[in-house]
Structures are given as structure tokens and as C-alpha cells.
Design a binder for this molecule. Structure first.
Ligand code: NIG
Ligand code: FE
Length: 411
């Protein structure tokens, strides 16, 4: 698929209604609205009866009173991997926990085996099918992590696939190096040596190849300690790369406070986040990324501290966490639904979670996540009456038109 051959979205999009929070800043337009797109960028936004004369020559598109949101942003995915882990789903149904499955040689390490065995083109083809589903829903920017290679050549392979996907599909891809996701079997008993390899060899090499936009660690008792996490953060800092963290998913490790000290873009999962962690995140401007798909799949019962995050004003993003172990989900709208039903987010919070705040979690707040003049044209026209419908329907896709990077990719 070549994104450039898709029809241009340049023109005036009329008969629109903006969803709450869709526009940059505090801007709001009640009732009939319009967007002008020129050269793939948003050139003007305003009331439908006030389209400037200068745009009169442009083609017109009738939005049919659609509800408009910014393009969706999926800010936490492990999209590139080999194989699948339905057997672990069955094991957990018979009573095994995520930690028990991991200790029995399943879990992340079993996806590492399958990923190492697959060549780059195979991984590309499999990830492309998954990406197509997310894009068809309205995703315009996505984060893709490594972390199923756990050796230089295999981490490189994952990140190269991520870059290739971004180019082929005309979608903004942010790559995150997650070499410290699990201990590869060949390093059993030598965890310190593996962290050394991650910091001294893998990260510098991949960063020099332009494959790394951010650095992540799985800080957990079945993964990496606080001290090991900090070593990776120091290596990232030395290379000028931003950090994020899989933090406090199964226990309170104090990871969020550490990440905040390193100015982390986001702390993700955070079911066991403490009051200190929240205060540190607020101070640092770190985004909280909620992953209801993993919470649901693991039949977790320990809710993330939503009320305290809200009270502290910490921005909350919502993402699929797509991965073969804990969240084999490919719908951001379903995650918005779950964030409301399971975590009690309000509908506007859930929508901000998959747009504005998700962009922030990737450092993309100046280009993505809201509709504003000068930004690339990324928006979705939903044939829905009520904004709450975005989070209300599940297991189905509302009728929609998608404009991504200035092209009409779905009508
Ligand atoms: O975000 N928590 C760690 N990493 C992934 C799960 C990875 C896996 O089980 O394969 C997550 O949930
Ligand atoms: Fe994850």
C-alpha cells in the first residue's frame, strides 16, 4: 500500500461538530463547524458560516453533521512479535497467575523465542495486519516497542519493522527500545551482565542507527529492579533520549517516582502507584498511561488510583498495550469503553486519553492529539450523534471517515 496515492484531503470539510476537547488549547466551537486543509495541513478551523473567501476555490467535502475528533493515538504497543500465546490464556483460566506462567518459562520469554525465529519480513507481514486494524479505526500515531528480541540483532529487527511500517502506511510511528523487558534465557543468573549489555552495547548501537525515539524498562519483581532501571535511564540520558516506564503493574516498586526524576514522558500500567509516585509525576509533568486491556486479561482487581490522579491533575492516557501475553487487543475505542467501565473514567477523559493525552505520552503534543491550525491533517469524522457513543458501543465499529497525514484513507 502506498499512502501517497490515496486521495488528498485538501479542501474545506463542512457540516462538522467538534467533540469536546478536540480543538487545540481551550478553543471550542459550538454547533456547525468547518476545517480547511491545505497542503496536508490544517489551514483554518472555525464556524461553518465563517469560512474565509480565500478557501472558496478549494474542493468541498460534506461531513454530514459528523462528530469530529483528532486522529487517535495509541501510545503503548508491543505490535511487532512472532507467534501467539493463547495457551497461556488457557493456563490462566485454570488458575495460573501471570507471574507463575512467566516463572514456568512462558510469558515474555516464549514470545522472545518466536520473535527470534522469525525473519524481518515475516514479522513485518504479521505486524502490518495488526496495524491495519488499528488504522482502520482511526489511529494516526502509534508507539511501537521492541523487547521481544533481547539481543542486538533481534531488537534491531523489531525496530526496523516499526520504522518500515510508519513509512509504508503514512502513520507517525514512535519507536521505543525495551531491551530491559525480561531476562533472556542465555543470561540466566547473570542479570547484571545483561543490563550492562543493554546499556553499553544495544542501546548505543540502535540509537546511532536512528531506531530509538524513547527508552522503556519493565520495572517489576519478575523483571528489572529499581537500581537496574536507573542504570538504563542513565544510559538513555547520556544519549539524550526520553524515558518511560512499565511501572507498578503488579507491585509498588517505586518506579514511577524514579521515572519522574528522569523527566519521564509516561508511567504505564500503574495499578499499584503510590501517593508519592503521583506527586512525583505531577511535579515532572509525566503522563499516566492506563492499560485496561491488560487489567482485564489478567483479571486484575487492583484498580489504578484514578481519583488521586484526577485530583492531582496528572494527565491520563489510555492505550491498547497490544501484546500477545496480556492484551491481545486491537481497538482503542474498546479501551476507551473499558477505561470508563472498569476504571470509571468519564467519557471526555477517555476521549482525551486516546487523543490529546496519548500524544503527550509520546512527546507529540505539538503535532498530534488535537485539531489545530498548522498541524498535520489527522482527524476522524464519526457518524454519531452523541460524544458518549465513542465509548459506549463495543465490539463494533461506528461509521467513520478518516483523514491521516492529509490523505483520505477511509471513507
Ligand atoms: O505491557 N508488563 C510487561 N509487558 C507487557 C506484557 C508483555 C508480555 O506478557 O508479553 C505489558 O503488559
Ligand atoms: Fe506494555
Amino acid at each position: 500500500m502506498n499512502h501517497c496515492v490515496l486521495p488528498t484531503a485538501d479542501g474545506v470539510w463542512r457540516h462538522l461538530r467538534f467533540a469536546p476537547g478536540a480543538l487545540a488549547g481551550e478553543q471550542a466551537i459550538e454547533g456547525d463547524a468547518a476545517i480547511a486543509v491545505a497542503d496536508g495541513k490544517i489551514a483554518w478551523v472555525g464556524r461553518g458560516d465563517a469560512v474565509p473567501e480565500s478557501f472558496a476555490v478549494l474542493p468541498r467535502f460534506d461531513g454530514r453533521d459528523a462528530l469530529v475528533t483528532p486522529g487517535l493515538v495509541d501510545c503503548h504497543t508491543h505490535l511487532v512479535y512472532g507467534g501467539q500465546r493463547a495457551n497461556e490464556f488457557a493456563m490462566r483460566l485454570s488458575g495460573a497467575t501471570y507471574e507463575e506462567v512467566a516463572k514456568a518459562g512462558g510469558g515474555i520469554v516464549s514470545s522472545v523465542r518466536a520473535t527470534r525465529e522469525a525473519d524481518e519480513d515475516t514479522l513485518y507481514a504479521q505486524a502490518a495486519r495488526r496495524l491495519e486494524q488499528l488504522l482502520a479505526e482511526g489511529v494516526c500515531a502509534i508507539e511501537i516497542k521492541s523487547g521481544y528480541g533481547l539481543a542486538l540483532e533481534h531488537e534491531r529487527k523489531q525496530l526496523r519493522v516499526a520504522r518500515r511500517l510508519g513509512e509504508a502506511y503514512g502513520v507517525t510511528v514512535r519507536t521505543t527500545f525495551l531491551g530491559a523487558h525480561a531476562l533472556p534465557p542465555e543470561y540466566a543468573g547473570r542479570q547484571g551482565d545483561y543490563v550492562e549489555l543493554v546499556c553499553k552495547e544495544m542501546l548505543p548501537a540502535l540509537a546511532s542507527e536512528g531506531l530509538v525515539d524513547a527508552v522503556d524498562v519493565f520495572c517489576e519483581r519478575i523483571a528489572f529492579s529499581l537500581e537496574e532501571t536507573e542504570r538504563v535511564f542513565q544510559a538513555a540520558k547520556a544519549l539524550g533520549l526520553p524515558v518511560k516506564l512499565h511501572a507498578e503493574q503488579l507491585s509498588d516498586m517505586g518506579g514511577a517516582a524514579l521515572a519522574a526524576r528522569y523527566g519521564a514522558l509516561s508511567c504505564d500500567h500503574i495499578e499499584h502507584l503510590s501517593a508519592e509516585g503521583i506527586a512525583a509525576m505531577r511535579e515532572a509533568g509525566t503522563t499516566a498511561v492506563l492499560l485496561p486491556g491488560a487489567y482485564y486479561t489478567l483479571r486484575d482487581t487492583h484498580l489504578p488510583p484514578i481519583e488521586a490522579l484526577r485530583a492531582a491533575g496528572v494527565p491520563m492516557a489510555v492505550s491498547t498495550d497490544h501484546n500477545p501475553g496480556t492484551s491481545p487487543a486491537l481497538s482503542l475505542l474498546l479501551m476507551a469503553n473499558m477505561a470508563c467501565t472498569l476504571f470509571r473514567l468519564t467519557v471526555p477523559e477517555a476521549i482525551a486519553g486516546i487523543t490529546r493525552h496519548a500524544a503527550r505520552a509520546l512527546g507529540l503534543q505539538d503535532t498530534h492529539g488535537v485539531i489545530g491550525v498548522g498541524r498535520p491533517a489527522n482527524f476522524v469524522l464519526w457518524q454519531l450523534r452523541d460524544g458518549a457513543e465513542l465509548a459506549y458501543w463495543f465490539g463494533q465499529q461506528p461509521e467513520r471517515t478518516i483523514v491521516r497525514q492529509g490523505r483520505i484513507v477511509k471513507k
